[in-house]
Design a protein around this ligand. Sequence first.
Ligand code: PLP
Length: 390
Amino acid sequence: MTTKTKSVHLAKRLDEVGFSDIVQIRNKVLELRAAGEPVHAFHGGEPFFETPETVKYAGLKALAENRTRYAPSSGIDPLRVAIAKKLQTKNHIDATTEDVIVTVGGAHALYVAFQAVLDPGDDVLLFSPYWTPIRDMITLAQARPVMVPTSTARRNGLTSALEHFSTPATRAIYYNTPQNPSGIVFSREEAEEVAAFAIKHNLVVIADEAYEDLVYEGEHVSIASLPGMAERTITAWTFSKTYAMTGWRAGYAVAKEPFMTGLRKLVLYSTNGVSTPTQWAALEAMALPESSIAARRDEYRRRRDLLVKGLNELGLECELPAGAFYAFPSVRKIDKDSRSVATQFLEKAHVGTIPGVVFGAQGEGHVRFSYAVSLETIHDGMEALRKMLS
Ligand SMILES: Cc1ncc(COP(=O)(O)O)c(C=O)c1O
C-alpha cells in the first residue's frame, strides 16, 4: 500500500493575503513609547473623542438587565428598525428593516459583502489609493483587485477610467466616499457616473460610507439612493467613526435580495451576530441628535485646517481634504519612497505617519496623517517636523 504524502499547511487562499504595514508602524510607535520616548501620533485611524456617555450607559444598562443572551444573528429588531429609518431619511435609500443587517463593525460588513458577491476569478474595480484591507478582502474571496488611479480618473472623467480598466471578468466596483486615505469626497455627478457605469455593465457596487458624517466641503451622496442602484448596491456603515465606538465593533449593511440572504448566511457562520449589549449601545447612539455629530465635525474641521496649513508651511504640499479625518500630503521633496519618509519622520522627529504606498502604488510619494488627534499633537508634531526639515 502506498502512502500519500500529506502536508500540514495553511489554506492556499491565504498565501496572497498580507498583514497590514499599519500594524508594524503601530508596533514601532509602541516600542518608542515603552522606551519612554514621546511620539506625536498621526498614524492612527480612530476618533480622539470618547464614546458618548449615554451610549456607554446604555451598554451598562443592557448588562445590568441581563440582556446578555443570543440576539437574532442579523441584529436586534429595534436597532434594525432605527437603521432602516435613518437610511430612508438621511441617506434617501429605499430600505426596509428586512434590508438591514447588523455587523461586527464596517470591516465585517465589507468582508461579508465581498464574500457574498465574488466568485473566484472575478475582477473588482477600486479607486486607488484605497483603504488597505480592501485589497486583501477581495483577494481572500479569490477575486482580483484592479486599481483605478483616482487622481487621473477625476481629471479625465470617472467613466473613461472605469471603462479603461474593466475586463470581461469585472463583477463589482468598490466605492468609498469620503475616502481613506485621501479625504476625497466624490461629488453627486461622480456618483451618477459610477452608477451609470455599473448599470451599463451590470455590476454590483460595494459602497463604503464609514465617514459619511465627516464631510466639510460638498455633500455626502449615498450611491444606493440613485435611481436603479438600491438593487445592485451593498452599502457598509460603521458606528466606529461617527460615534467614537471603534472598540465596540458595531456596523451595518443594507442590501436587497439576493444579496441580503448571502449576507445573512455569512454573518451567521462567521460571528452569529454582534454582541447583544453592544447592539443596545448602538441603538442609543442612533438616538443622538444631529447637532452632536455636527459639533464633533466642527472639531475635526479645526484640526484639519490647522494640520493642512502646517504641512503646506513645511513645504509638504497638501490639498485640503473635503472629508474623513486624514491629510495626504506629498513628501516627494524629501524622498519619493514613502516608507523611507515615514521611517525618517518616526526616527528623527518622533512623528508617526503611514507611508502612502501602503494604500496602493498610487499612494506612493505621500504619507497619511490622521487629524483625529488633539490640537496640541498637531502643534507639537509640526514643530518637530520643522526642526527635522530645517
Ligand atoms: C474606509 C474605511 N471603511 C471601513 C472602516 C471600518 O471600520 P470598523 O471596522 O472599525 O467599523 C474603516 C476603518 O478604518 C475605514 O477607514
